[in-house]
Design a protein around this ligand. Structure first.
Ligand SMILES: Cc1cc2nc3c(=O)[nH]c(=O)nc-3n(C[C@H](O)[C@H](O)[C@H](O)COP(=O)(O)O)c2cc1C
Length: 353
């Protein structure tokens, strides 16, 4: 069950939802980068649960411990190990679920592949694993942010209600990270109404990266859009990725969809900042389709380990809508892909120039 990611910047996460801790080893970050623990913590706080009715009530401080690779606030160039201890795991919530496959979860497929019975909180498949990704993403930002690269995300649709405007500033103040101040309330009510009925809601998260230079990414199998899409699809619950115009491009004419240029640069950005798998220097723009949270407390039919039909109702603490949790993780994955692309580009220039 490999958990390693990246070429020049190798990221390896470990840990289960209800184990003692989870964490990440990041290998390949250059020496001399400013590593600000408070900055890492700020990213962790944006992802962590608790604090509103829109997210799981599991209360984790998600305090990051830096175990290696950093001295006097700077990277040493050696592997950086970050640890996050699980403090609020409640395995008893999963006692009745130890022998049944929860619909919409990885329980059935993990059992088929590894013979592992359902683990408390989903074990390795839990959204909790993404805390380690966010910690690693904060290290990637330490490389990219001094270059003027900035990351944004917000919730642009919930339960079919679609944002008409994007206000990242406002989204920081909204429990759903909703993009549109005029529709945030309606989105919130949709989530709470579903939650009241023991149900959950899906949505769409937008991710934007500003300031990435032109020329990053590989042109053939490891295209930048392929790497980003792969990274985003690796987040639990993400079921679709659109880059730039995405599926809308399929209904357009070439004359409508091409990004024309003049002496000052591009006149539009339907490509979402990537052409031929290489960054164009425009903003990278993507939208992620996020499925409704699979753990719902309504009665559902499933099977147990011996193949018998069973009816279950899932209790415990769950996010009624995954979108506000997914945004910061999606930014972290974008930061890791771009930091890797940046270091690959430096290696290429070192070799050929
Ligand atoms: C940050 C984050 C938090 C999540 N929280 C929950 C949750 O509280 N309850 C739940 O059922 N699924 C949650 N999920 C989604 C499941 O982990 C995911 O749907 C499941 O592992 C199956 O994977 P798949 O949806 O990619 O097929 C979360 C995912 C992420 C990224």
């Amino acid at each position: 069950m490999s958990s390693v990611f990246g070429k020049q910047l190798k990221v390896s996460t470990f840990g289960e939802s209800h184990g003692p801790a989870l964490g990440v080893l990041v290998d390949g970050l250059p020496a001399g980068l400013l590593i600000d623990q408070k900055r890492i913590q700020r990213e962790m706080d944006r992802r962590r649960p608790g604090g509103s009715a829109m997210v799981s009530a599991r209360k984790e401080a998600d305090q990051v411990e830096i175990l290696s690779g950093v001295s006097q606030g700077k990277s040493l160039g050696s592997p950086i190990a970050l640890l996050v201890r699980n403090k609020n795991a409640r395995s008893k919530d999963y006692r009745d679920l130890a022998e049944v496959f929860r619909p919409g979860h990885a329980d059935f497929t993990y059992f088929q592949k590894y013979g592992i019975p359902p683990q408390p909180g989903g074990g390795r498949a839990s959204g909790r694993e993404t805390a380690a990704r966010v910690a690693a993403g904060a290290l990637a930002r330490a490389l990219l942010e001094p270059m003027g690269i900035a990351f944004f995300s917000c919730t642009v649709a919930v339960g079919g209600i679609k944002a008409r405007k994007i206000d990242y500033e406002f989204s920081h103040t909204d429990p759903l990270h909703a993009a549109d101040p005029d529709l945030a309330r309606a989105m919130g009510e949709k989530v709470l109404a579903a939650r009241e009925k023991g149900d959950s809601v899906g949505g769409v998260v937008q991710v934007e990266v500003r300031g990435a230079p032109a020329g990053w990414g590989d042109p053939v199998f490891d295209k930048l859009d392929a790497a980003l899409a792969g990274a985003w699809f690796s987040i639990g619950g993400v079921k679709g990725v659109e880059i730039g115009s995405g599926f809308e491009a399929a209904a357009r004419l070439g004359s409508e969809n091409n990004d024309q240029m003049d002496e000052n640069g591009f006149l539009s950005n339907h490509a979402g900042g990537i052409l031929g798998g290489i960054s164009s220097g425009q903003s990278l723009l993507a939208r992620l389709a996020v499925k409704p949270t699979p753990s719902i407390s309504r009665p559902q039919s499933t099977r147990d380990l011996s193949g018998r039909q069973r009816e279950i109702e899932i209790k415990g603490r769950h996010d009624p809508c995954l979108c506000p949790r997914v945004g910061p993780v999606a930014e972290a994955m974008a930061a890791l892909v771009l930091a890797d692309a940046c270091l690959c580009q430096r290696a290429l220039q070192g070799e050929s120039r």
